[in-house]
Design a protein around this ligand. Structure first.
Ligand SMILES: Cc1cc2nc3c(=O)[nH]c(=O)nc-3n(C[C@H](O)[C@H](O)[C@H](O)COP(=O)(O)OP(=O)(O)OC[C@H]3O[C@@H](n4cnc5c(N)ncnc54)[C@H](O)[C@@H]3O)c2cc1C
Length: 449
């Protein structure tokens, strides 16, 4: 899988280069390879997987940023089935909760919502009704220009908005919270509603061995079908002649290309296309802004609670989510260590991103003790920290009009990036869907050349 990026590929009749080996790029390359083309995926990092990539903990591989699937993620399920790996999927009900006013509430089932004492009884009923309101709303296009804050206030009332939704929107989007589109929020509610079992408990899905094991399996499949994945090969330039792409430069080597699929964040795509596409198009790509994310990951000698996912509705707490991964996957898979992610979204220039992992963890411990009185810093066996500048596109009102199409002004170059997933929330399931879609566009384009 890891090849010398300087090795010159032999020029076949139709070369397709895919920039990025995240799930979009891997899915696109797999689809191209199964249609008989020989794609070359060029990935800047040493391993495939992108944002769903991993690192080693004990004997296991763990995602740098918490990852799971919903039972309704059918593009993902189909891909896993085609690879003959469905037996590797783990589907379980998970415990979810909410931390509000110094108390931890379990909110995993409709019954939990009915007994959620932070809200009045009418408020609980209105909260419980929201998934039904979302189900009854058919056209997301009607919500695109409406702010989620206004839509939620109307749907659930001021009390529910203030206690439940406003802190979550602020925790994730910060100063942009009031601009988030209702279409995105609606889609998230529908997706979560569709991932529930009979008693209304949320069910989530994970891959034995981690998302990295799935990424590796896709790479093997691409290679078995005649494509290849070159890691440690950052693409630095595109070449074009007569308005059509002719190749890319990566790691000092030139790769001829009849078509190129770019799956990087949009600012990087804009950098690659700059000078080859009109300025107003480049400006348009740069118009979409992203939030950064930093995850502090604690390896603990004990569990913190029996909840997998805790939404933090407390503006004083420096993380918006506390995710105890080993309340879903088994601690035994990580040498008996209990894994907790602390997730914080922030602007790309937030000083929190430059704290050392130790300082970031130290900053956390007082808050964790407040949330879990039995927590003691002596429980921490190791601390890890991962961050990315492009974690979440800011899905503001009117976002549908900002999303660029997969085709670009430079013939033969196609874009399939996380920021084009809308109104759905970005996720590997949609990365796979869009990877296939753009592969289909490339095949049609090449047939017409
Ligand atoms: C905190 C967090 C939590 C998440 N949780 C979930 C979850 O629970 N479930 C889920 O399904 N999804 C989740 N996601 C989203 C999911 O990770 C993404 O939607 C998905 O991985 C996007 O895949 P992608 O291939 O489009 O982009 P990426 O994964 O970003 O892949 C792009 C690739 O391009 C490479 N690249 C960039 N520039 C260059 C260059 N110049 N040359 C070569 N390569 C380059 C990058 O290294 C990267 O590997 C989460 C994301 C974050 C940030």
């Amino acid at each position: 899988m890891i090849e010398d990026p300087r090795a010159r590929p032999s020029r076949g009749p139709q070369n397709v280069v895919v920039v990025g080996a995240g799930f979009t790029g891997l899915a696109a390359a797999r689809d191209l390879a199964r249609r008989g083309l020989r794609p070359t995926v060029l990935e800047a990092e040493p391993d495939p997987g992108g944002l769903a990539g991993s690192f080693r903990v004990g004997d296991g591989r763990l995602e740098r940023f918490y990852h799971h699937w919903f039972t309704s993620d059918r593009h993902l399920m189909d891909l896993v089935a085609e690879l003959g790996l469905s037996h590797q999927l783990i589907t379980r009900p998970v415990g979810t909760g909410l931390y509000y006013a110094n108390a931890l509430f379990r909110l995993s089932s409709p019954l939990d919502v009915l007994t959620f004492s932070a809200l009045s009884l009418p408020g609980r009923v209105r909260l419980g009704m929201l998934p039904l309101i979302a189900l009854a709303t058919r056209r997301w296009q009607d919500l695109d220009d409406i702010a989620a804050s206004a839509w939620l206030r109307r749907a659930c009332g001021e009390e529910v908005y203030r206690v439940v939704w406003e802190p979550l929107l602020r925790g994730k989007f910060g100063v942009h919270a009031d601009t988030v589109s209702a279409a995105w929020f609606w889609s998230k509610l529908r997706l979560r509603g569709a991932s529930r079992g009979r008693a209304g408990h949320e069910q989530l899905v994970y891959f034995r061995g981690g998302f990295a094991a799935l990424a590796d399996a896709i790479v093997r499949d691409i290679e078995a079908k005649g494509g290849r994945v070159v890691t440690g090969a950052p693409v630095t330039a595109l070449a074009a002649r007569d308005g059509r792409v002719t190749g890319v430069t990566a790691g000092g080597a030139h790769y001829p290309a009849d078509a190129v699929i770019i799956t990087t964040p949009l600012p990087e795509a804009a950098g690659l296309l700059s000078g080859l596409a009109p300025d107003d198009y480049i400006k348009r790509l740069r118009r979409i802004r992203y939030l950064a994310n930093r995850c502090i990951i604690l390896e603990l000698d004990r569990s913190l609670s029996n909840l997998y996912w805790i939404n933090v509705n407390d503006p004083e707490f420096p993380f918006v989510g506390v995710i105890e991964h080993t309340n879903f996957a088994r601690a035994a898979d990580y040498g008996g260590r209990h894994i907790v992610y602390l997730s914080r979204y922030c602007t790309q220039d937030d000083p929190f991103l430059s704290l050392s992992p130790q300082d970031a963890a130290a900053y956390t411990t007082g808050h964790l003790r407040r949330m879990f009185p039995s927590f003691d810093p002596g429980m921490i066996l190791a601390v890890h920290s991962w961050q990315t500048r492009s974690a979440q596109p800011i899905v503001e009102t009117g976002y549908a009009k900002l999303v660029p199409s997969h085709e670009t002004p430079l013939a033969g170059v196609f874009l399939a990036t996380m920021a084009q997933v809308y109104p759905e929330d970005r996720g590997t399931n949609y990365a796979i869907r869009d990877g296939y879609k753009v592969a289909g566009l490339v095949v049609s384009d090449l047939a017409a050349v």
